[in-house]
Design a protein around this ligand. Structure first.
Ligand code: 5GP
Length: 113
């Protein structure tokens, strides 16, 4: 399965997804297999494989992804109860989809890590 294409197709609206936010740089949509009442993924519109591919040229995308993630948390009213932002990287980090993404998780008390 080409995971780059799954998320790319979501951005291009070629496969169905519940897109909750999109601008010229990033797209956010609900996770197909939610691990919490609120589980949203935020991805760059231009493909980046994972955190290891962040460099000085594309670094700004991370702050934009974080900024919008915080806004999404507020919009979903999980900012006061609390939430978690995760970026998994490669095998030991638990990254299954090789397309850089932020997980926003909230809406219940998450297990402490
Ligand atoms: P990872 O394990 O790579 O950090 O997270 C990948 C996430 O993508 C998982 O939480 C998984 O449920 C989600 N996911 C995988 N395929 C799809 C899909 O086709 N649509 C949506 N909305 N989420 C997906």
């Amino acid at each position: 399965m080409n995971h780059k294409n799954i998320f790319t197709k979501i951005i291009e609206k070629k496969v169905p997804a519940n897109i909750i936010y999109q601008d010229e740089k990033i797209t956010a949509f609900t996770d197909i297999s939610p691990k919490a009442p609120v589980h949203i993924l935020v991805i760059p519109n231009l493909f980046i494989k994972n955190l290891n591919y962040i460099n000085k040229k594309n670094l700004d995308i991370l702050s934009h992804m974080m900024y919008v993630s915080i806004k999404i948390a507020k919009k979903n009213k999980i900012n006061k109860s609390g939430y978690r932002i995760i970026i998994n990287c490669n095998k030991h980090g638990g990254q299954e989809i090789q397309y850089l993404h932020i997980h926003i998780l909230g809406g219940k008390k998450l297990r402490k890590i």
